[in-house]
Write a protein that binds this ligand. Structure first.
Ligand code: ANZ
Length: 960
């Protein structure tokens, strides 16, 4: 770059260089901080005393907050933060009261693992990372209200996370009222007899432990035995996503066992329907809504009781209840399958195989009990994901028992097989091999009968023995389905479903039900670095919630941050958490209202989703120590209003990878808080926007090892590193791929404004784009030209003139204003930059000093994108205050439109009229206009028009 040589710099000491930019940027960042430029006013206090402020519309703009990683930021991270900052600055300039800040999601595994390796307390390393990240973010000039920033690990913050946990714990879902209510209301119902206890005994006669047990089945946060992935080798329970298809831990490759362990759960399933229907009120990308709908997975179907067959082997009077979405195919149910873990399995297994049992059904075992035991053991080592895989061979074993198909009266053999999951529906199915692919595969493998009950529409005929696969259709006619008091033959699928449901409910052997794929949320972890539970247990093991006055429950100091690990193959072990080793902390003497007693603390911690479930509320009222959030403040920033029926944050920007879990958990907590009257909004995030990813080229050598991207040369359409050819692929940016570029480097080389512009100019915000350091200079040049349009590079003097702008410049200006304004409102920052560049180039081309009015408007236009240079120029143009509060330019519609052009109308080659027309006029309109013009009418003098040749917008030729 010739213009940054020392010689050029002496000739132009006031040129916009990286050094000059750095000076300006630091100065304005200090000034904004000192002046509290981005401090947002709240309705109580500030707004009450300021009617002008109170009259302004509000905008609450949020990013998904970062985890303060030790690696710091690379240029991919701030894409969303810059975008929300541009938008927030634009909204501020268009008269909104804007709330924009950023906190840190700081509990989590990396800090804990670092602590295990180095002995450094996670708080120490996390806080150090936060300091680094804050400095990196500040360097970008983000206009955050820093008074409102916090980290989820701050005791002031997690005190309220624990408080919310207790609200959820102390609530139950009242189905009749369709909302959560305080658990005290339920206790009152049990106590006065309006609700019977499960055992029928009076409430007052139940022991404390029994009462606690009953309430636990209603609480929205509850501790229960639940099937989890237990990994003794790691000493912890794992999420399904952390278990490989081979049933081993992703980390460490240890065996994982299905174990029933006592864990804290959140009854999110109580909200399944509302989480589904309220999506309609939200302005979210359709793809995300769809993922949430699929995750919740609402299925309409029926429960059907299959009585156990009373001959053959040991008999019970039990019935097995199945969940089916195809009750219309009930006549086609030729066998049944229970999940291997199903509680009825033991009860139905006979002592010996029934006479004539097929060899293939026994798994080679001498008795049903042996077969079942062996199969259960095998199934326990598989993950749910693996069990559900479509392609795999179906395995299973006969239980020796038969049930009765309730419509056909035929006996059907009962199997256990791992393709039926315990956690879904009732954990038992009626198998309809002719019309379900998985059942078909199973029936073929075990030579089970099939019966066609839905007439194939593809000409394959009705004998399943001749088929290659099941016939699956929701739009066909039912056949072969007549029996005891019911005939479905000739009905369509929908009518047949309704007929079966009615028939079942009339007989009390089934009913229509809705089933959800959504499961209750496993809420405890065997970790150190998370929020402790505000729960203690008495000597009978009864849990007690701690009163507000005892919050926060802070983490104790420990010597060892890792959970205890065991022999990897020993399934009979159970977790021992880091907190449990600290006897001084675990055992406490407390007075919970009935005098001092000894209690044992809960030693699990909350999962790292907890802190992000409510942080939007803390931003509103960050220092409130009396209540979660002042209701007036919440109503002002988040309350429902026109166009936002559910209320919520006005704009929430983050990655699409958080489509389901974070957003679903946060919505659930918010709804509980709404039901309990703590917030007026019933959704946390009104508008959601997913930014794209900044990708980077990954270069790999012959061994597929990534090489430092910065040291790769491009020659002859190939890539070279240390003389060897390397491959190039677009991938993620990151330290491990040796292709990370830090914002610090780019700021040092060009300044933060250039980096901001470049990131916003790379393409539409929601599209992923490759980073290209060489292209950054393009935006740097734009800022240099902008600077030169206002400041003399040699003297530093402001060069603008007081002359009126010419017509062409005025039109260029207003066109830009109109376009940039709409682009910014719609987050189209790349096209806004293109329009600003066009205007700036127009001014550069003219060569004359830029009229002051035009320079000022241009500076305001670019201010949200490149705020430091804009503030500097604004102040040099003579303004004493920050432009953050200045009005965004408003276009004059007359000037924003293209000017009229002159159209010549000729008759026999002679000009007869000149019309002023819009440049975009269509041919037909122009022809009509020309023929109606008085001068043309007069010139024609009634002569017949033979032909009209139209060349819009400039020429009409009339032939007579
Ligand atoms: C009979 C039937 C016939 C079925 C047919 C399907 C097709 P969705 O839509 O996902 O809710 N099912 C029920 N519980 C199950 C469990 N615990 N594990 C595995 N499969 C289970 O799926 C509901 C269907 O999945 C149910 O309807 C049941 O099979 C099966 F032609 O019942 B169906």
């Amino acid at each position: 770059m010739s213009d940054t040589t020392p010689a050029a710099e002496t000739a132009a000491p006031h040129r916009y260089t990286a050094q000059l930019a750095a000076g300006i940027e630091h100065r304005w960042q200090d000034r904004w901080e000192a002046d509290g430029t981005f401090d947002a006013a709240n309705p109580t206090g500030d707004l009450d005393s300021d009617p002008e402020l109170a009259a302004r519309p509000k905008k609450f703009i949020m990013d998904m907050f970062p985890y303060p990683s030790g690696a710091g930021l690379h240029v991919g991270h701030p894409l969303g933060y810059i975008a929300t900052d541009v938008y927030a600055r634009f909204q501020r300039m268009t008269g909104h009261n804007v709330l924009h800040t950023l906190g840190f999601d700081a509990f989590g595994l990396p800090a804990e693992q670092y602590a295990v390796q180095t002995g450094t307390h996670p708080r120490t390393s996390t806080e150090a990372n936060i300091v680094t990240m804050r400095a990196q973010l500040r360097r970008l000039g983000l206009g955050h209200d820093r008074r409102r920033s916090f980290a989820t690990i701050d005791p002031d913050y997690y005190r309220w996370t624990q408080w919310i946990f207790l609200q959820i714990y102390n609530s139950w879902y009242d189905q009749a009222a369709d909302r959560a209510r305080p658990i005290a209301d339920l206790v009152a119902q049990f106590a006065d007899g309006t609700r019977a206890t499960p055992s029928g005994r009076p409430w007052a006669e139940l022991s404390a432990a029994e009462q606690s047990e009953v309430l636990g089945t209603h609480r929205l946060a509850y501790a229960a035995q639940s099937p989890v992935n237990w990994c003794p080798g790691l000493g912890t329970v794992l999420a399904n996503e952390e278990v490989t298809a081979e049933g081993r831990s992703e980390r460490g490759n240890f065996p994982v066992f299905k174990a029933n362990l006592r864990q804290w759960m959140m009854r999110i399933t109580a909200y399944a329907d509302r989480l589904l229907t309220d999506l309609d009120a939200l302005d979210w990308p359709e793809a995300i809504k769809l993922q949430q709908r699929n995750w919740i997975g609402r299925s309409e179907g029926a429960r059907v009781d299959f009585p156990m067959h009373s001959t053959g082997g040991q008999v019970t009077d039990a019935a097995v209840t199945v969940f089916t979405t195809r009750q219309d195919t009930l006549f086609g149910a030729t066998y049944m399958v229970l999940a291997p873990e199903h509680e009825l399995v033991e009860a139905i297994v006979p002592a010996a195989w029934p006479e004539g049992t097929h060899q293939a059904w026994t798994g080679g075992h001498g008795t049903p009990a042996d077969a079942v035991a062996a199969y259960r053991k095998q199934a326990a080592t598989k993950s749910d994901v693996e069990r559900q895989a479509e392609a795999k061979d179906k395995t299973g074993v006969f239980t020796g028992a038969f049930a009765v198909n309730p419509v056909s009266g035929e006996p059907v053999p009962v199997f256990i097989a791992d393709y039926v999951l315990m956690g879904y529906g009732t954990g038992a199915i009626m198998a309809v091999p002719a019309h379900d692919t998985r059942d078909f595969a199973f029936a073929r493998a075990f030579e089970l009968p099939m019966r066609c009950v839905v007439e194939p529409t593809d000409g394959r005929g009705t004998d399943p023995a001749t088929w290659d696969d099941a016939f699956v259709s929701y739009d066909a006619t039912i056949v072969n389905s007549s029996g005891a008091g019911i005939s479905l033959d000739g009905l369509g699928v929908t009518e047949a479903k309704a007929a079966v449901t009615t028939w079942l409910s009339e007989r009390g052997i089934g009913e229509g039900t809705v089933n959800y794929r959504l499961r209750d949320w496993l809420f405890s972890r065997q970790r150190y670095w998370g929020e402790p539970f505000p729960i203690v247990y008495d000597e009978d093991g009864v849990p007690h919630d701690l009163p507000d006055s005892m919050l926060p429950v802070e983490l104790p100091e420990v010597d060892d941050y890792s959970p205890r690990t065991f022999d990897p193959d020993d399934a009979d072990t159970s977790p021992e958490t880091p907190l449990s080793r600290n006897a001084d902390w675990v055992t406490v003497e407390l007075d919970l209202g009935d005098g001092p007693r000894t209690y044992r603390r809960e030693t699990n911690t909350m999962p790292n989703w907890a802190g992000s479930c409510w942080y939007e509320l803390r931003y509103l009222d960050p220092h409130n120590s009396e209540r979660l959030v002042d209701p007036a403040i919440e109503a002002y920033w988040m309350g429902p209003r026109e166009g936002q029926p559910a209320g919520g944050v006005d704009l929430y920007v983050g990655g699409a990878e958080h489509a389901v879990l974070h957003l679903l958990y946060a919505r659930f907590w918010h709804k509980v808080l709404y039901d309990l009257g703590h917030v007026s909004s019933f959704e946390p995030f009104h508008k959601l926007y997913n930014q794209g990813m900044i990708q980077a080229y990954v270069y790999r050598d012959a061994r597929r090892i990534a090489v430092p991207a910065a040291e790769v040369d491009e020659r002859d359409n190939a890539y070279w590193y240390e003389g060897e050819q390397v491959s190039r692929l677009l991938g993620k940016m990151g330290k491990s791929l040796k292709n990370a570029v830090t914002p610090d480097e780019i700021c040092a080389e060009y300044g933060a404004d250039t980096l901001r512009l470049y990131e916003m100019a790379m393409g539409p915000l929601d599209v992923s784009r490759p980073w290209d350091t060489r292209a950054v200079v393009g935006q740097y040049r734009l800022l240099q030209r902008l600077w030169r349009n206002v400041v003399d590079e040699a003297t530093g003097e402001v060069t603008v003139s007081d002359a009126e702008p010419d017509e062409e410049t005025l039109r260029a200006l207003h066109k830009a204003i109109a376009g940039v304004g709409t682009d910014m409102a719609e987050l189209r920052f790349n096209t806004a930059i293109a329009k600003i560049t066009e205007l700036n180039n127009h001014l550069t081309r003219s060569g004359a000093p830029v009229p002051r009015t035009v320079a000022e408007q241009l500076v305001l236009l670019i201010a949200p994108l490149a705020p430091h240079i804009a503030e500097e120029l604004w102040s040099r143009l003579g303004h004493g205050t920050s432009l953050a509060g200045a009005g965004f330019p408003v276009a004059d519609p007359a000037l924003a439109q293209d000017p009229a052009v002159i159209c010549v109308v000729q008759i026999k080659g002679k000009v007869k009229a000149r019309l002023e027309v819009p440049p975009t006029i269509p041919d037909a309109d122009l022809e009509a206009l020309a023929l109606a013009d008085p001068a043309v009418v007069a010139a024609l003098g009634g002569a017949a028009v033979r032909k009209v040749i139209v060349r819009a917008p400039k020429l009409v030729n009339i032939v007579v």
